[in-house]
Design a protein around this ligand. Structure first.
Ligand SMILES: [Zn+2]
Length: 302
């Protein structure tokens, strides 16, 4: 058995664990990277956290797989952009710094891609070679696996599924585009609509409780939202012909209220042959998928 270090850099915290060559997670811990409002750059906080973590680790490590938020140039292992605003983050040379600090072969991959890779590896989906995965949260992220390879594009930043236009005269997006998918399909979009109506500040749990209790307006808002999510996934299905569509993010726990009706809607809108052997389901790994996916990517590139 071989052992690797998995590091998952998010906007507020970094998760670190040893991951075995079979995908088993050992000693998972997380550290804040936002404790001083990013005055300490995220990369510096991450390096300190890894040093701290490694003090108590007695495994011989083969390498480091990093999952990181933002647009990652996978060739250089560098952060080259973000859709949001994280101070002192863009320009972080993660790979170079890690190799210097830890003297271990390091790979860096975008967090949404890692999540899908982790699900494929540990979520019992290894037979699927063509996967479309989206994560629904504050925004919409995603990863696309084509013929058993994660779609990277020229610099490694392909698969930015939250930012294709679904409404040409739609809402402005912080990416600079108009009518982006995430402006309609994110949990933020759902809650904005709900909060406007109820004139309160609901969180996702509150909203789904209302829907669960058959609140008519909540069900109406939910229905529209599912329609918007389906529009994007129908398009992605027609482009990539996946055998598996994975839905991640906190809301994916809502099997009856979200996943089931979403599946029905996607199946009713795609061309018939795209339905053949297509599985649609919620992600199962939740928080650890990024860590193991980063290591899976690392192993596949070693
Ligand atoms: Zn956008």
């Amino acid at each position: 058995m071989k052992y690797y270090l998995g590091v998952d850099i998010g906007g507020t915290s970094v998760k670190i664990a040893v991951v075995s060559s079979e995908g088993e997670i050992i000693n998972s811990t997380s550290y804040s990277v936002s404790y001083d409002n990013y005055k300490t750059p995220i990369l510096d906080s991450t390096v300190d956290a890894v040093k701290q973590y490694l003090k108590d680790v007695n495994y011989e490590l083969e390498g480091i797989g990093v999952s990181a938020t933002g647009q990652i140039d996978t060739n250089k292992g560098e952060v080259i952009g973000t859709a949001g605003n994280l101070p002192n983050y863009v320009g972080s040379k993660i790979k170079e710094r890690f190799i210097k600090e830890f003297n271990l072969h390091t790979t860096v991959q975008n967090d949404a891609n890692c999540m899908i890779l982790g699900e494929k590896w540990i979520g019992n989906h290894d037979e699927h070679k063509n996967i479309v995965g989206i994560t629904i949260g504050t925004g919409v992220g995603g990863g696309i696996i084509v013929d058993d390879n994660i779609l990277l594009g020229l610099k490694g930043i392909a698969g930015e599924v939250g930012h294709f236009t679904i409404k040409k005269d739609g809402k402005p997006c912080m990416c600079g585009n108009i009518g982006c998918y995430e402006q309609y399909a994110s949990t933020t979009a759902l809650l904005n609509k709900a909060n406007e109506f109820y004139n309160v500040n609901l969180n996702g749990k509150d909203f789904f409780e209302k829907a669960h209790n058959n609140d008519q307006k909540a069900l109406e808002i939910l229905d529209e939202w599912i329609d918007d999510i389906a529009v994007g996934l129908v398009t992605l299905t027609h482009i990539f012909n996946p055998s598996l569509i994975l839905i991640g993010g906190g809301v994916s726990l809502q099997q009856e209220l979200l996943i089931d009706p979403l599946e029905k809607r996607i199946r009713s809108k795609i061309m018939p042959r795209f339905n053949d052997d297509l599985t649609i389901k919620a992600c199962t790994l939740k928080n650890d998928a990024g860590l193991v996916g980063a290591v899976y990517f690392h192993i596949s590139k070693s």
